[in-house]
Design a protein around this ligand. Sequence first.
Ligand code: ZN
Length: 99
Amino acid sequence: MKCENCGARYEPPINTCLDCGGIDFDQTTISDTGEIEVWTTIYVPPLSHGEDAPYHIAVIRMDEGPKLTARVKADSEDMEAGKKVELVSDEKFKLFRII
Ligand SMILES: [Zn+2]
């Protein structure tokens, strides 16, 4: 979503713009692609995700600018800052893959 006052973009949605304090938002949806900014591998996960470990968590900068934290399904040697990713699932959690 985009602040109608200053143009700042947010994902997930918020109620008040962190940049200008505006409360009017354009509900424009963003694309499903972005790039890895930083990432780490989780070896000791919370109990609820125990069977998934190890897995990668990344801060992803979407093409329109907002950043979000999500899982990336990839081999460790393929994980790298700047790699392009796309959303493949948004059900239990946001999951991306390298493209
Ligand atoms: Zn704003």
